[in-house]
Write a new protein. Structure first.
Lengths: 524, 155
């Protein structure tokens, strides 16, 4: 059904499609706004389709390799290189494939939304160019098997994000947020670069599988681990490095904020990939596992307590994003803490990791949905201030429905997807350490309380006279939100199928370092 | 603000040499130190020199932002086009399908000392050229935008 050419070259085509879309859009977007919409929408649709084809292929046929610049796509080790994979290699295992699915769905839903939400702004060709470059960065980060290449895609993502955060200049406030994000990203990227230098100096290789096979866990490797964990935990917004998230998330256009959520999940993926694939059992799993658990618990508690007093709806949601990142760190951290102990892994470790990984995809969907509803409200009202909203349930019915779906999902209420992943985290973490599970549940209750307040102040009450002219959000915006809402509901209704077919292979691929190494180096 | 006649004449004299040196660095990227980025940066310093010597209004009539933006995009498109060309002949993305083919930049060279043959290395010189064009446009735009925030003379 799908041509073999596309399946064979899908890892490259997935990067080519958004890049060609981005580089041609300065020309094509000058023709007319309709042509622009078709071009960028089409480029993103093609990218999503290829990413989904690749992900399906990985789930059915196992880990895929793509060697750039070689004579054939599977020639990982050139005959004259002395056994070192010198070329840039994309290695897509089920964990990467899961991230591809997230990016494909969110990226498409958000660009449909953008076509309408950004219509009245200037400089749209740059907006869409940077948007497609952001997608390139995320797709590259999650599929690459080369650690220097990871750094390159991380930089593409950071630069494009910084430009888009500053897109609505807003009297310089957005530029300030973008500058903050940019400076922090650069510091983080430099830390990662130093870590890459340490690996290269010790192991003469930049390929992740090669480094993993040669990993000694020397003192230098410990320094590199600290640098990478610090930088990527900062990029995914974990407390105590979360301070850029409220500014950047609240000042960026809402469509970009939703994509920034996906971008921070890609950093989280990098963190897990480093810990599980590069180091795996060589590191002191209990210590590093507890470190990640503590980062997670801090993020959960500080995020939600900072969210409650916020008056700006997007700042509030940004703090909730920090809080939800904590759940993923907690779940996967528990899995890491018992790594190497097969009986404990089978008892609750895999389930905790599956819960954490399931929460990544769930979070990207419902948090994206919530930010998009905030953008729809801003489009009609021109304010993010909760105190100046009210009674919108009379005029923006669909937006209200989508907001309720997102809010119930983030609070972990059945039958939405947030419940499905949170119950997995609660149950497995309770076996590991009951106190952590209790904290996680309390945070969930506080999240619900916070969103009840937000829901009430935005949508309930009598229709306000100053908003008597307010209409429902335009159709493309509703369609973008609708895509995410459908995924939220489907994942909540059929969590068993999703966990079995998408999440469990990802968790097992993450733990199974040997398979990742063997895919590149052959049976070692 | 316009500089003195000496500076303007000096800039006029130097401009073609800077351009040629930059293009030389780009074109010999696969043989000598340097390459697309370095050569493109040298060419862009030529643009910066013109901007220093003449007033902003004169410069913007000589160097158009649109043209520089077009260079930026065209450079990137040539670069990715060179990668896609490999897909068209059935090899993986970015594969060097022109090397040793006898076509453009496709000559093989015997090993051992040689004076440097320009007609070698396959897609690498094409990519150097693409990066050169892209960096020329990109750096020139950065300089132009930084300058456009300077207050006008007399205002």
């Amino acid at each position: 059904m799908i041509p073999a050419f596309i399946v064979t070259h899908s890892p490259a085509l997935m990067i080519i499609a958004p890049l060609v879309g981005a580089f041609l859009s300065p020309f094509i977007c000058r023709i007319s706004s309709t042509v622009r919409s078709i071009w960028v929408g089409g480029a993103m649709a093609v990218t999503s389709a290829i990413a989904l084809i690749l992900a399906l292929n990985v789930y059915s046929a196992g880990t895929r390799l793509y060697v750039f610049g070689a004579s054939t796509a599977s020639a990982a080790i050139p005959p004259d290189s002395g056994g070192i994979p010198i070329r840039i290699i994309f290695e897509i295992d089920p964990m990467s494939a899961l991230m591809l699915v997230i990016t494909a769905i969110s990226g498409f839903a958000i660009i449909v939304y953008s076509l309408s939400s950004e219509r009245s702004h200037t400089g749209l060709e740059s907006y869409y160019t940077l948007y497609l470059l952001m997608i390139t960065g995320i797709l590259g980060m999650v599929s690459t098997g080369d650690i220097f290449n990871f750094f390159v895609f991380l930089e593409i993502l950071s630069l494009a994000s910084a430009g888009l955060i500053a897109y609505r200049i807003d009297g310089g406030v957005a530029v300030e947020a973008a500058l903050k994000y940019f400076v922090l990203s650069t510091i983080g990227a430099l830390a990662i670069l130093v870590a890459i230098g340490i690996y290269y100096g010790q192991y003469n290789a930049l390929n992740m599988a090669m480094i993993a096979a040669r990993m000694q866990f020397s003192v230098l490797d410990q320094v590199a681990l600290v640098l990478i964990i610090a930088a990527l935990a900062m990029k995914c917004g974990a407390v105590p490095m979360h301070f850029w998230t409220p500014d950047a998330y609240s000042m960026a256009p809402s469509s970009i904020t939703a994509l920034l959520v996906v971008a921070s999940q890609a950093s989280l993926y990098g963190l897990f990939r480093t810990v599980f694939t590069l180091y795996n059992v060589t590191l002191n799993a209990a210590t590093v596992g507890w470190l990640i658990i503590i980062l997670g618990v801090l993020s959960m508690v500080v995020g939600v307590t900072m969210a409650i007093p916020q008056k700006n709806v997007k700042r509030l949601m940004a703090y909730h994003a920090v809080s939800q990142t904590g759940y993923m760190l907690l779940g996967v951290g528990v899995g890491l803490a018992v790594l190497g102990n097969q009986s404990l892994l089978d008892a609750f470790g895999y389930m905790a990791m599956e819960g954490g990984i399931f929460h990544i995809i769930n979070h990207a969907m419902y948090k994206g949905l919530l930010f998009l509803t905030a953008g729809a409200i801003f489009l009609r009202l021109g304010t993010y201030n909760l105190n100046r909203m009210g009674g919108l349930g009379h005029s923006m019915k669909w937006t209200m429905v989508f907001f309720v779906i997102g809010a119930l999902a983030i609070a972990g209420i059945p039958p939405f997807n947030g419940f499905a992943s949170k119950i997995m985290i609660y149950e497995s973490v309770f076996v590991f350490n009951p106190l952590l599970a209790v904290i996680a549940m309390v945070v969930s209750i506080l999240t619900l309380a916070s969103f009840v307040k937000v829901f009430h102040s935005i949508f309930m009450g009598p229709a306000l006279p100053e908003y008597s002219e307010v209409k429902e959000a335009p159709m493309p915006m509703l369609a973008g939100m609708g895509i995410l809402a459908v995924v939220v509901i489907l994942f909540g209704l059929f969590p068993g199928i999703v966990v079995e077919s998408l999440i469990a292979p990802a968790a097992h691929a993450l733990v199974d370092q040997g398979a990742y190494v063997a895919a590149v180096l052959g049976g070692v | 603000m316009r500089m003195s006649k000496i500076v303007r004449t000096g800039a006029n004299l130097l401009y073609p040499f800077i351009l040629i040196f930059g293009l030389y660095v780009i074109m010999h990227g696969h043989l000598t130190p340097g390459g697309g980025f370095q050569g493109g940066a040298v060419v862009a310093t030529g643009v910066a020199l013109v901007i220093v010597a003449y007033s902003f209004e004169e410069v913007t009539s000589m160097i158009k932002k649109v043209g520089m933006k077009a260079r930026e995009s065209i450079g990137l498109l040539i670069f990715i086009g060179a990668g896609i060309g490999a897909l068209a002949v059935g090899a993986p993305f970015f594969s060097n399908f022109l090397a040793h083919s006898g076509l453009l930049f496709g000559q093989s060279i015997p090993s051992g000392p040689n004076p440097g043959d320009l007609n070698t290395a396959g897609v690498i010189p094409i990519m150097n050229l693409a990066v050169g064009i892209e960096v020329w446009g990109g750096l020139a735009i950065i300089v132009l935008y930084m300058l456009s925030s300077i207050p006008k003379e007399g205002s």
